[in-house]
Design a protein. Structure first.
Length: 489
């Protein structure tokens, strides 16, 4: 089985219909729309009062099974990647239960009892870890079976905090199997990096629980974070993962990055992955050959920066972990950031860097941050965009960059199949966003603060919702806090 090809055959997306228009949000909050649109995006979705990460995940999984005609009895691995769990005991088994109940109602086969149901947690990287383990499952345990991974998260920030416009909610499911229809996932060539970063981004549940009285239970998911430090950690860990991959493969990094067809990164907001990938490329030039360094020197000259100082910064980048003990808001790679801002319109930089991350970028402006699903959302959007533009990636290589605060990062090579277009076109990413209800300021604030709809007139159809929540905690029977689900036709 050493030559067994395993990878992604299908992707489906679910987002709630409740939408915050960021142009309107800028009017509510007196923010610059031009700035928000350029840096963050155009909108984000909010979880409804009768929705959970489990219902969103079940919607994506059921859609995957039905739209791609997956035989449920062949699914041997159903993994949930999330950092928004509300049950510390069960996870993907909840999703399996919902999906199986609806499959029974449709007189279809159900997911087998022999199916493994793990949950993965490492901030936004959890979905990538689920993907890697799904590939390992097929390769090592069950080549004849299929695996489904589903990423489901809600990104919430305090009202008025800098992260508020970068919120989001959604779920993305992926089918993993041998002889994949979209792309082979080369986990054996992937790059890995992890380093403990104390003050990056955390969710101390006990602290939030004590602060949540008289507020929505959404508040339990509010993070403790340091925005500037988080951005520094993202860039640093992404560089480290790329370094690990190129050392494994003994490849010329800058040349390799110029030759890949596309790259898809975790998207906390629109601008962040653009900056990270650009600095990854500058870092590759700094460690490259004479021609690479000449290209880097030209960028330094165009940015009015001393080349030797830029080279030294990239080769001897500071230890970000120490920022937490010294200055959490210290500038990380300031010269490199100046170069990135300056050379965005340079033809060579456009072709070598920005062209790799342009596919699907505009489509994801509506996605917001869906944490573990963000990189998969961009991947799905990128394929749709490439198809619409007549681009053929058959047999070409692309990269998936995953990142999870705290910190860890992965970069995984993908090889597109000859039939990737036919498989990916079955579930267009943009279709998930057609069901929308634009919230007023009052509706948005009420939904966030009280978890009630406040007159929202929008009927949910063809999806899972919470029917009721148990309240009993007797000696002879307990279901307090347990969610009972139903499928709305």
């Amino acid at each position: 089985m050493d030559n067994l090809k395993v990878g992604i055959s299908a992707l489906t997306t679910y987002v709630p219909p409740y939408r915050v228009d960021l142009e309107q949000w800028c009017e509510w909050t007196d923010n610059s729309w031009n700035k928000i649109n350029n840096i963050v995006g155009s909108g984000f979705r909010v979880l409804g009062p009768n929705q959970t990460i489990y219902s969103m995940a079940a919607n994506a999984v059921l859609d995957l099974i039905v739209s791609h005609e997956v035989n449920p009895s062949e699914i041997g691995f159903l993994a949930l990647g999330t950092e928004s769990s509300t049950d510390n005991s069960a996870g993907s088994i909840i999703i399996k239960g919902m999906v199986n109940e609806e499959l029974k109602n449709r007189k279809m086969e159900t997911i087998s009892s022999r199916c493994e149901v793990p949950e993965f947690k490492q901030a936004c990287l959890s979905g990538i870890y689920a993907l890697k383990n799904a590939v390992r499952f097929i390769k090592s345990d069950a080549p004849s079976l299929k695996a489904i991974i589903v990423c489901s998260d809600i990104a919430l920030y305090q009202i008025g905090a800098s992260g508020e416009p970068t919120q989001g909610a959604g779920a993305i499911a992926a089918l993993v199997e041998r002889d994949p229809k979209i792309a082979e996932v080369r986990t054996e060539l992937s790059g890995t990096s992890s380093d403990y970063r104390l003050l990056d981004f955390r969710k101390p549940i006990q602290y939030r629980a004590t602060q949540a009285s008289d507020h929505s239970d959404f508040d339990i998911d509010l993070p403790i974070f340091n925005g500037k430090y988080s951005s520094s950690c993202y860039v640093d860990e992404t560089i480290a993962a790329m370094d690990d991959m190129t050392k494994k493969r003994t490849i010329h990094t800058a040349k390799y990055l110029r030759n890949i067809s596309a790259a898809f990164l975790h998207r906390p907001f629109h601008k962040m992955p653009m900056t990270a990938f650009s600095i990854v490329y500058l870092h590759a030039l700094a460690h490259g050959n004479k021609n690479d360094k000449a290209e880097l020197e030209a960028y330094a000259l165009a940015s009015d920066i001393d080349f030797e100082e830029l080279l030294n910064e990239l080769i001897n980048r500071p230890n970000v972990s120490e920022f937490a003990n010294n200055d959490v808001n210290a500038d990380f790679l300031p010269l490199s950031n100046r170069v990135v801002k300056k050379v965005n319109n340079d033809d060579k930089f456009q072709n070598n860097v920005l062209a790799k991350i342009k596919y699907g970028s505009l489509l994801t402006m509506e996605m917001g941050n869906i944490y573990s699903g963000s990189v998969f959302g961009w991947f799905a959007a990128g394929m749709e965009d490439a198809i619409n533009k007549g681009i053929d990636w058959s047999n070409q290589e692309a990269l998936l960059f995953g990142y999870g605060s705290g910190d860890a990062a992965e970069v995984i090579p993908l090889i597109f199949t000859n039939d990737w277009k036919e498989a990916s076109i079955k579930s267009n990413f943009s279709d998930a966003f057609k069901d929308r209800y634009d919230l007023s300021q009052e509706q948005y604030l009420t939904l966030r603060s009280e978890k009630t709809t406040n007159g929202i007139d929008h009927q949910l159809r063809n999806q899972f919702v919470v029917k009721r929540i148990g309240t009993e905690e007797r000696d002879d029977f307990q279901d307090a806090g347990i969610e009972y689900y139903e499928y709305l036709n």
